[in-house]
Design a protein around this ligand. Structure first.
Ligand code: RI2
Length: 318
């Protein structure tokens, strides 16, 4: 199906995800569900199969924007598996209902996992974090609501410096924030009670894919004996990894690393800009989800319960 037939809002949402105007795994998932809802509402398809074909095409288009955050295909799975019916109106209504339900579940999940994560944090604790994760923020927000006073060492997170967003949001929650450059992490780990990070995807073996720099932080934290906790709703579980698929690591443009002038000045070199890395389960202490806290090695059991034995790809063309 031609992408031009998709609603302008779907193009807008896809563009915002691609340029990272909309970023963070949970926000990407929420925007994806909204885009599919808009496609259903605004479509002038006249038959149920035509509307379903449009929804599948919209999902494929959204999926082409960023390859790593599994929340994106999981949002598409949720909406498309429930969009069904004998008439165009029935398909429209079920797509809208499932997209709205997905958003509501996302919010509840974040609040629930926030409380689980908050239970790990004690009054007076200091944690270190990397990048910007709304799941991590949910844990801190719940701890703050419980009256706990916290301090945070926030890594700047090159190249896009999402640590600045985290620093501002933590400060707004009343957390005592120290911002450090990424390479200062090891120096400050002695002052830290927990490392608390988010995730873009979690594989069936308990490996966690998160912003580049997470795995190095986890290895150094393990050496120091500092617990490493991942806050991640079950939306981040990647069912495709149950059948042996690897998570694709997004490689982004070199312009995020060097300005044109810097590039010109340095001359003929290669610039590599992977957005994510993989932390093996042996460096992680716990994965905090809305279903409770799990040792990383046991996550496959939860995956099977939620997704069955393997992934579905309801966006495939029939
Ligand atoms: P929440 C972000 O990726 C970070 O890697 C962060 O840890 C992860 O998404 C999860 O974010 P990016 O979109 O879902 O900035 O917890 O590349 O908000």
């Amino acid at each position: 199906m031609d992408r031009d037939a998709l609603q302008p809002r779907v193009h807008e949402v896809a563009g915002d995800i691609e340029t990272m105007e909309t970023r963070g795994a949970a926000k990407i998932a929420a925007a994806t569900a909204d885009a599919l809802r808009t496609q259903a509402v605004e479509s002038d398809a006249e038959t149920a199969p035509a509307l379903l074909a449009e929804l599948r095409a919209a999902a494929r288009f959204l999926l082409s924007t960023r390859p790593t955050a599994v929340s994106l295909p999981n949002a598409c799975r949720y909406v498309l598996r429930r969009a069904d019916g004998g008439s165009v109106e029935a398909v429209r209504a079920s797509a809208v209902e499932s997209a709205v339900e997905f958003r509501a579940r996302l919010e509840t999940a974040q609040a629930d996992l926030g409380q689980v994560g908050a239970n790990r944090l004690r009054d007076g604790d200091t944690f270190m974090t990397h990048c910007h994760s709304t799941d991590v923020l949910a844990c801190v927000e719940a701890a703050a609501a419980d009256g706990k006073e916290l301090a945070a060492i926030v890594k700047e997170t090159r190249p896009r410096k999402q640590g600045h967003i985290t620093a501002r949001e933590l400060r707004d929650l009343g957390v005592d924030v120290t911002l450090v450059v990424d390479s200062a992490a090891r120096r400050y780990l002695d002052d830290v009670d927990h490392v608390l990070v988010g995730a873009d995807a979690i594989a069936a073996d308990g490996s966690v894919v998160n912003k580049i720099g997470t795995s190095g932080l986890a290895i150094v934290a393990r050496e120091r004996g500092t617990p490493i906790v991942v806050a991640a709703g079950t939306l981040k579980l990647d069912p495709a990894t149950m059948t042996g698929n690897a998570v694709e690591i997004e490689l982004r443009d070199e312009s995020e690393v060097l300005t044109d002038a810097q590039r010109e000045d340095i001359g003929d070199i290669t610039v590599a800009n992977p957005a994510f890395d993989v932390t093996p389960p042996r460096y992680l202490d716990a994965i905090v989800t809305e279903r409770g806290q799990f040792p990383p090695e046991s996550i496959a059991t939860l995956m099977r319960e939620l997704f069955g034995e393997g992934p579905t790809e309801p966006w495939q063309e029939l």
